[in-house]
Design a protein around this ligand. Structure first.
Ligand SMILES: Cc1cc2nc3c(=O)[nH]c(=O)nc-3n(C[C@H](O)[C@H](O)[C@H](O)COP(=O)(O)OP(=O)(O)OC[C@H]3O[C@@H](n4cnc5c(N)ncnc54)[C@H](O)[C@@H]3O)c2cc1C
Length: 344
């Protein structure tokens, strides 16, 4: 009797397809929180992108860790999305699980060498900058106009107005793809111009940043808020307000991508509903209903013109995510040389 039941179970397991198994494991772990074929456009600053095969929003670091463990158990490829402000998601969408990181706790405490901020990787930089300014905590107010999360900012070593994550970062706590938790000192992260050790891993092997610690200063709320307002003003006067992915290309050594794009006549150039901004040539903006293919066509055109006229190979600063034709050399991750601390 027992023997027969065992045989039947085995047979049914054999007939389950790989994707059925993945669905059963993910659904079993996350229930109704798990979504299938969720359009990613609303979760990106470009407002562009096809669906994620599987999609899960997490609101705590514990949930983020659990999501990573379950994805590993299901052997499904996964990627963490923060603010979605440095990615171009393909129109075809993303295979596997996309984990939207909305972990949101932070604390400021005295540390061995001054004040220390410990913050979840899903915290939005503009929100954090506002909270810290209100409390009279200085040091990160320059991040006010960067529409990403702490995790994404560490990955990119985000920077603006002569400052960068590197200047204040003490350590990160990450979960590697084998499931090991590790606290990694900032010195070990190879932080440079829009670069970190995390980008040296292929995306499928990249550790997941859970938390980060920063050195911060006690000041008066008025002083920090004054600087905050100055940074907001500088942003609004120099950058377009339409949906975009920020700077498209990295600045080549000794030059500016924006200058090169202007010089080859692409400022304001449009394909479909995507356009090199008339305000900042290195920003591609979504005029409304642009596709990832429109943006990609602009990227390819820009590279070709800049290569032909200046002999310079433009490298993407934004990351291509999802299913793309194999033609794109920058797919998924980029590395390279650049100037330290260059502003957008
Ligand atoms: C209008 C605008 C202005 C901008 N200005 C600036 C600027 O001044 N300076 C600047 O440096 N950048 C700027 N950017 C680019 C972007 O905001 C930053 O790079 C930001 O740090 C990206 O963070 P994110 O959370 O949005 O990352 P996402 O776009 O969500 O992700 C980027 C990459 O990081 C990975 N990732 C995200 N979170 C984690 C995590 N917790 N662990 C591991 N990997 C993770 C993702 O998988 C992806 O590969 C701007 C963008 C826009 C749209």
């Amino acid at each position: 009797m027992t023997k027969r039941r065992g045989r039947r179970q085995w047979a049914s397991r054999e007939t389950l397809s790989r994707s059925d198994l993945v669905r059963i494991i993910l659904k079993g772990a996350f229930g109704e929180r798990l979504k299938a074929d969720e359009p990613l456009a609303p979760y990106t600053s470009f407002r562009i992108g096809g669906p994620a095969q599987w999609f899960l929003r997490v609101d705590t670091v514990e949930d983020l860790k659990e999501a990573v463990h379950v994805a590993r158990r299901a052997r499904v490829p996964f990627r963490v999305l923060g603010g979605g402000s440095n990615v171009l998601v393909s129109d075809e969408g993303v295979e596997g699980l996309v984990i939207l990181n909305r972990s949101k706790r932070f604390s400021v405490r005295p540390g061995p060498d001054g004040l220390r901020l410990v913050v979840d990787s899903g915290v939005s930089l503009p929100w954090l900058a506002g909270q810290l300014a209100q409390g009279g905590i200085g040091g990160l107010e320059w991040t006010i106009g960067i529409p990403g999360t702490v995790g994404g900012a560490v990955v990119q070593n985000a920077g603006a107005w002569g400052q960068e994550i590197k200047s204040r970062l003490l350590w990160v706590e990450w979960l590697d793809r084998q499931g090991h938790l590790e606290t990694v000192d900032a010195e070990r992260l190879n932080l440079g111009y829009r670069h970190s050790l995390l980008l040296e891993f292929p995306p499928a092997e990249r550790p997941i940043v859970l938390r980060a610690a920063f050195r911060v200063d006690r000041e008066t709320p008025e002083a920090v808020q004054r600087r905050l307002r100055r940074y907001i003003l500088r942003r609004t006067s120099s950058q377009p307000r339409m949906p975009s992915g920020g700077s498209t290309f990295r600045n080549p050594p000794g030059d500016y991508a924006g200058r090169l794009l202007e010089a080859v006549g692409l400022k304001g150039y449009r394909i479909g509903n995507a356009q090199f901004s008339t305000k900042h040539a290195n920003f591609i903006v979504n005029l409304g209903g642009a596709t990832a293919a429109d943006v990609m066509a602009l990227i390819e055109l820009a590279r070709q013109r800049v290569r032909e006229q200046f002999g310079v190979e433009l490298e993407l600063e934004i990351e291509l995510v999802g299913r793309w034709e194999a033609t794109s050399s920058d797919e998924e991750t980029v590395q390279g040389e650049g100037r330290e601390g260059e502003d957008e």
